[in-house]
Design a protein around this ligand. Structure first.
Ligand SMILES: Cc1ncc(COP(=O)(O)O)c(C=O)c1O
Length: 422
């Protein structure tokens, strides 16, 4: 889990890059599987051939997928997975003759990728702003952001209920038969800093979607594939989506790969209709990427690594709580499994963010790198402009000793950055 720079300095990779490298760097079993695949076949275009390895990976993913998933569509990353999911969702309704369905609803502050469709459903204002004239019209509701948005007179469940009603009101305002789907990260990631949903929220969201025949499209590109302690984060919510985007931890960074897990009802509608999905990229189901992903998934199961994610996730949360729980400038320590974050504030009681001009997040990143630590700080946590958080997402092979070092170095980096600005 260490990267060495050209000067010989080592960095503990406690964020897996951007929550990607779930087995660290250079896992020998994954590399061996990739070498073996290269010796067999490096590439075949999917319009001519499928490959054994892509079929095996597809079967493997379906076998462990949320209920109702029957097929997998491979792509090369997270944004591509979202694009494919959006198009599949629209085509599903076209096949059924519901051609008036055209609206997607996303959440403010979400991140779904940088391509135009993904940016459109995404809710991060800073990322969308200059490209706004090019984006398909989408609609946004509130994120599930308990630390800032739950009112003092509400329980977590009541807050979740309020958000579900907001979604329902948006559906009704648009006209229920004009809406295609609701797109959400199960646990908010890069732009919001590991924000878990409140209990019951996604069950109510699922109900709203079902009531109006709308598809639930979950984005587990960052929070999925084991990062929260279960293979899919939605397992902990007791719901299954109609479509789900996965990437990052799927291939663990050994090769670029993403996928859409496709519900049977969507597949059946296409199969019984036009018979094909009107989409495609040159590198769909790339054999080397599939070999890497299959090996990563097998190692996670063979070595019982989801148990380690739960165990080390709890330990990391505890250690972060000890180090930052009473810190003057840390308002929230949150997350799930090995997907944790701290949010920085000038004043804990008022939850006031730092002036964005100070770029506190960038200073923390610099300070962490100087101390041989990679974490994933980001600014604009609250509204795309204000707020700073630091995401910590170590590989699933992490142990207590490394967690201790990570928390120590992060503590030093945060304090040093604060000394410069506070
Ligand atoms: C939740 C989520 N969706 C989509 C993406 C886009 O994935 P990619 O960068 O592989 O295109 C990301 C990347 O950070 C992400 O966190």
């Amino acid at each position: 889990m260490v990267i060495r720079d050209r000067d010989g300095k080592d960095y503990i990779d406690a964020s897996g890059g951007a929550a990607v490298s779930c087995l660290g760097h250079g896992h020998k079993d994954v590399l061996a599987a990739m070498h073996a695949q290269l010796d067999k076949l490096a590439y075949a275009h999917t319009s001519f051939f499928t490959t054994e390895v892509a079929e095996e990976l597809g079967d493997d993913l379906v076998a462990h997928a949320p209920a109702g998933t029957s097929h997998v569509y491979f792509v090369s990353g997270g944004s591509e997975a979202i694009e494919a999911a959006l198009k599949l969702a629209r085509q599903y309704f076209v096949e059924r003759g519901e051609t008036s369905r055209r609206h997607f609803i996303g959440r403010r502050q979400s991140y779904h990728g940088n391509t135009l469709g993904a940016l459109a459903v995404g809710g991060n204002e800073w990322r969308r702003k200059q490209f706004a004239p090019l984006l398909i019209a989408t609609h946004h509701v509130s994120p599930c952001y308990e630390y800032r948005d739950r009112r003092a007179d509400e329980t977590a469940e009541q807050y979740g209920e309020r958000l579900a009603r907001e979604l329902e009101a948006k559906v009704l305002a648009l006209g229920a038969d004009s809406v295609i789907g609701f797109v959400a990260e199960t646990v908010g990631g890069a732009t919001s800093g590991a924000i878990p949903p409140v209990p019951g929220y996604f069950r109510r969201v699922r109900e709203v979607c079902d009531r109006y025949g709308i598809l639930l499209i979950l984005d587990e590109v960052m929070c999925g594939m084991g990062r929260t302690g279960t293979l899919h984060a939605c397992e902990q919510e007791g719901i299954a989506p109609d479509l789900m985007a996965i990437a990052k931890g799927l291939g663990g960074g050994f090769a670029p790969i993403g996928a859409v897990l496709v519900g049977a009802k969507i597949f059946d509608a296409l199969q019984q209709g036009s018979g094909f999905f009107q989409h495609g990229h040159t590198y769909l189901g790339h054999p080397l990427a599939c070999a890497a992903a299959l090996a990563v998934q097998r190692v996670i199961r063979r070595d019982g690594l989801l148990d380690n994610v739960k165990r080390q996730g709890a330990y990391l949360a505890r250690r972060l709580g000890e180090r930052f729980g009473n810190h003057h400038h840390v308002g929230d320590v949150r997350g799930r499994g090995l997907f944790q974050a701290i949010e920085l504030v000038t004043d804990r009681a008022a939850k006031t963010p730092f002036d964005p001009k100070l770029k506190l997040h960038a200073r923390i990143k610099q300070g962490a790198m100087a101390r041989g630590l990679m974490v994933y700080p980001m600014g604009g946590t609250i509204d795309g402009a204000k707020g700073d958080h630091v995401l910590i997402a170590p590989p699933f092979i992490v142990d207590e000793t490394v967690v201790d070092t990570v928390v120590d170095r992060l503590g030093e980096a945060v304090d040093a950055a604060l000394k410069d600005v506070a």
